[in-house]
Design a protein around this ligand. Structure first.
Ligand SMILES: Nc1nc2c(c(=O)[nH]1)N[C@H]1C(S)=C(S)[C@@H](COP(=O)(O)OP(=O)(O)OC[C@H]3O[C@@H](n4cnc5c(N)ncnc54)[C@H](O)[C@@H]3O)O[C@H]1N2
Ligand code: MOO
Length: 391
């Protein structure tokens, strides 16, 4: 059995060269740019009015003759003499001769003459050509995570396709004779299968596009064949359950038989002691313990950084911080623990109900408190390492 820090350093040392793929901009949310984006236009492409009002060529009097109108989208350019201007609207092209835009609230209009009472200055309310970005400049660098704002920004520069690091194809293999799908009638000895939807949901949150689901009974041959099949079609394989030491836990044996290279098996931690991590051909494989809370904690702590690496991110893992404990906590046993908790401001409360089989605490937690192997009794007010869960 290895320690949590050793397991984390094995995960952090994994080298993966993510593949680059061209996708439609609308499908790129949450993915990482595989290229430097170079703007093909100035933005804005023309001098733009930032307000509804009048575009003027200033002179030394406070009244102006209005000789025309430019609405957003009009291509017209008016030639102006000092003391002349045009009616203009937000987003419209400012005539080349105009040197300011005055907002309509500051103007009294009579026929085609406007009078301005307040002081006005050159270059007011005009967005300069290329003010946001110039043609040929880098709009977003390689490695940037695309967000709704980033996608909007690139669309505003006329981009329709982007090169991104391709997210991995992920397999979820669920093992367990006792499992039935939610919606079916439970017979004696059965429980509802919940790990696969939990994993699928967290994968979707990470913008994984291809998730292939497999189901096997606790039976050696079919477990081995299903894992073999999953390896041939997926970059990352998540196996749920069957990784402990019982007579009907066949995952470890099947992985060995398939010549999987073991990177670690069993960590001195609670939950998630029997976690397995290995590689087979190009695929990475995690066998997650079947207990639902163990499965999710192992995902957040060990699988997530690998997925981020596979997706081309430059930072891995959930945010970690320190918070002050609201009550003292006695840790039993010598395993390191990840405890479901709630962060409130600068404090953190460890929640009741820490069993690996229980999810109700997880459902309302926003953090995990990490207590290392040697932290047996932790006093109220102690600063504890706290992992912030994605919301
Ligand atoms: N003799 C020992 N027994 C166990 C040990 C040990 O060291 N020695 N370790 C325990 C620990 S810690 C864990 S964690 C579990 C992990 O066991 P498995 O990974 O083999 O998981 P299963 O036995 O298949 O299932 C455990 C538990 O979780 C339920 N489960 C499984 N899959 C699902 C699912 N998809 N959805 C909902 N619930 C699921 C399952 O019914 C069991 O109750 O082993 C301990 N045993
Ligand atoms: O590691 Mo298990 O998840 O303690 O129950």
């Amino acid at each position: 059995m290895i320690s949590v820090p050793t397991a984390l350093s094995i995960v952090s040392e994994v080298v993966y060269a993510p593949k680059v793929n061209t996708v439609s901009l609308k499908d790129a949310n949450g993915l990482f740019l595989g290229e430097n984006m170079i703007s093909s236009i100035d933005m804005p492409p023309f001098r733009q009015s930032a307000m509804d009002g009048y575009a003027l060529l200033l002179h030394d009097k406070n009244s102006y003759q209005i000789i025309g109108e430019v609405k957003a989208g009009d291509p017209d350019n008016y030639t102006l003499e000092p003391g002349q201007g045009v009616r203009i609207f937000t987003g419209a092209r400012v005539p080349d001769d105009a040197n300011t835009v005055v907002i309509q609230e500051k103007v009294i209009r009579s026929e085609n003459i406007i009078t301005i009472d307040s002081e006005i200055h050159p270059n007011q309310n005009i967005r300069a050509v290329g003010e946001q970005i110039k043609k040929g400049d880098t709009s977003l660098p390689k490695g940037t995570k695309l967000t709704p704002a980033g996608i909007g920004f690139l669309a505003g520069l006329g981009v329709t396709k982007v090169e991104v690091y391709a997210p991995p194809n992920v397999a979820i293999i669920t093992t367990g004779n006792e499992l039935v799908s939610p919606g079916e009638i439970l017979k004696e000895g059965q429980i509802y299968e919940s790990n696969s939807i939990q994993l699928e949901t967290v994968l979707q949150q990470l913008h994984i596009k291809t998730i292939n689901k497999y189901v096997v009974q606790d039976e050696y041959e079919s477990t081995k064949e299903t894992i073999r099949q999953a390896i041939s079609a997926n970059d990352l394989i998540l196996i749920s359950g069957g990784i402990s030491v019982g007579d009907y836990d066949f995952v470890k044996e099947a992985l060995s038989e398939l010549e999987t290279k073991e990177l670690f098996y069993k960590i001195k931690q609670k939950p998630g002691k029997p976690l397995f991590f290995g590689t087979n051909n190009e695929s990475m494989i995690f066998a997650l313990p079947g207990n639902p809370a163990s499965s999710l904690t192992c995902f957040y702590v060990y699988v997530l950084p690998i997925i981020q690496k596979m997706m081309g991110a430059s930072k891995y893992g959930l945010s970690r911080t320190t918070k002050s404990l609201t009550t003292s906590f006695i840790k039993k046993g010598d395993r390191a623990q990840f405890l479901k908790a709630n962060v409130i401001g600068e404090t953190v409360e460890i929640l009741e109900g820490q069993s690996s089989a229980m999810l109700y605490t997880y459902a309302v937690a926003n953090a995990l408190v990490y207590l290392p192997e040697d932290a047996n009794s932790t006093e109220k007010g102690s600063e504890v390492e706290t992992i912030l869960l994605p919301q």
